[in-house]
Design a protein around this ligand. Structure first.
Ligand SMILES: Cc1cc2nc3c(=O)[nH]c(=O)nc-3n(C[C@H](O)[C@H](O)[C@H](O)COP(=O)(O)OP(=O)(O)OC[C@H]3O[C@@H](n4cnc5c(N)ncnc54)[C@H](O)[C@@H]3O)c2cc1C
Length: 402
């Protein structure tokens, strides 16, 4: 998918005023000299190579994992700098890096729970893109209720032997490492008998089967593990304590940082939609103007909410369950924006990239289809509502289904 930016003017308030201006200037001048490639996801091995190279370029300027400590290759960046970083990369249309699971999930997990040997072995290679990691948590019968996972990790001598199936593993087919949650003590209660292991994706018994998505891309895969032997040295954190280790990983997945990039991406998308409507005379239609006004309000609420979140984090406050509010709002906002876009732009906005008549080279239909994932990934909208109901509103707990 190719990014399309037209007018370059934003109809939103200044999202980043009060940010770290010297930091922003340094980043912007580096980005001006190192323009990003024009692809968003790695659908083919060739695109994966382009993204890998882009990550290497970013790393050469120390622009990957900027919030990691300096001793592990980061910049020890502040939260404001992380926000500015994500916004500026989104503004220049930079794609997500190929090794994002390694940088945003594995690195922080290793810092919290890994051994020093593991950190030295894996962390520099995560930053450079030499190693690409995937997250092997979800299973066909364990997603929202992750603790019910059944993939077994049986300890035999100096190894664990892993057998089971994982699913929805993003970028697994380009990954050479995976962090897997496996059940190492089947007799313990669900949350107590799980361990986290680093699995080489090239090991005997690992089979990766790409899943075709409605966008036509295959960003994620099923991963079959058939008696895969992994050395005990690959255990991350204590044995059987994988649930609390995984909570570090999931806190980073569900944490606040994704919102800065998403905010700018949605601002850019709205501006492009408004430009397209203006150029094609659609703004003469009051219903189109009302739909656009509603979409603008959505994105502006998201921007203001993010500004408040940043202020809270900078004051050292924990977000806790309130991060579910932003996840839920973002998912709905994204789906509404792309539904509005395809509705006001008409049938040609539903044509896929490559079709000569596709509006804005097919970005709206890809956005519409891709936004369906926002209410599933990183915790579904129903789960966010449960969290908000129980932990923010103090409503009675949901009855257990099982
Ligand atoms: C784009 C994308 C990328 C992903 N990448 C990865 C990855 O790299 N690695 C990985 O491990 N996983 C990944 N996932 C999987 C993701 O974490 C799961 O899809 C998610 O946790 C939901 O689990 P599930 O699909 O098994 O749905 P289920 O948990 O089976 O849920 C099915 C439906 O039931 C609802 N439901 C379930 N429990 C409750 C409840 N208690 N109360 C109310 N409603 C409920 C859900 O909201 C949903 O609508 C990815 C998913 C997406 C969409």
């Amino acid at each position: 998918m190719t990014s399309t930016v037209r007018s370059g003017r934003s109809r939103f308030g200044d999202s980043t005023s009060g940010g770290d201006e010297p930091f922003r200037a340094e980043l912007c001048s580096w980005l001006a000299e190192h323009p990003p490639p024009r692809i968003d996801v790695a659908a083919t091995p060739e695109e994966a190579d382009v993204l890998r190279e882009w990550q290497g370029t970013l790393d050469s300027g120390r622009w990957v994992g900027i919030n990691w400590p300096e001793e592990y290759g980061g910049r020890g960046a502040s939260l404001t700098q992380v926000a500015v970083y994500n916004q500026e990369l989104a503004r220049v249309g930079a794609p997500q890096i190929l090794g994002r699971a390694g940088v945003s999930l594995v690195g922080p997990t290793l810092m919290a729970h890994g051994t020093e040997v593991q950190r030295r072995q894996w962390m520099p290679r995560i930053l450079s893109g030499a190693d690409i990691w995937c997250q092997l948590f979800s299973e066909p019968d364990a997603g929202s209720d992750l603790a019910s996972l059944t993939t077994r990790g049986e300890k035999r001598g100096d190894s664990y032997v892993i057998t089971g199936q994982k699913v929805w593993s993003s970028y697994a087919r380009f990954a050479n490492w995976g962090i897997a949650l496996v059940r190492t003590d089947p007799t313990a209660p669900p949350h107590k008998g799980i361990s986290m292991l680093a699995v080489p994706m090239t090991a005997k018994g690992v089979e990766v089967r790409p899943l075709r998505q409605i966008t036509g891309e295959s960003e994620f895969s099923e991963v079959f593990l058939d008696a895969v032997e992994v050395p005990v040295d690959n255990l991350i954190g204590p044995e059987h304590a994988g649930w609390s280790v995984a909570n570090t990983t999931l806190a980073n997945e569900r944490g606040a940082t994704f919102v800065w990039k998403e905010q700018v991406l949605h601002e850019v998308a709205f501006d492009l939609l408004a430009d397209t409507c203006a150029e094609t005379g659609r703004l003469d239609d009051p219903l189109v103007r009302q739909a656009l006004a509603q979409a603008w309000i959505d994105v502006e609420i998201f921007r203001l909410h993010n500004a408040r979140t940043l202020a809270r984090l900078e004051r050292g406050e924990e977000l806790g369950p309130s991060s579910s509010l932003v996840k839920l709002f973002w998912a709905g906002m994204s789906q509404r924006l792309y539904a509005t876009a395809t509705s006001v732009l008409g049938p040609d906005a539903l044509l896929m990239p490559g079709d000569d008549d596709a509006v804005d080279r097919g970005r709206w239909v890809l956005g519409l289809l891709g936004s369906r994932a926002t209410s599933i990934m990183g915790g579904t909208s129903e789960i966010q509502r449960n969290i908000i109901g129980e932990r923010l509103l103090d409503l009675p707990r949901e009855p257990r289904i099982k």
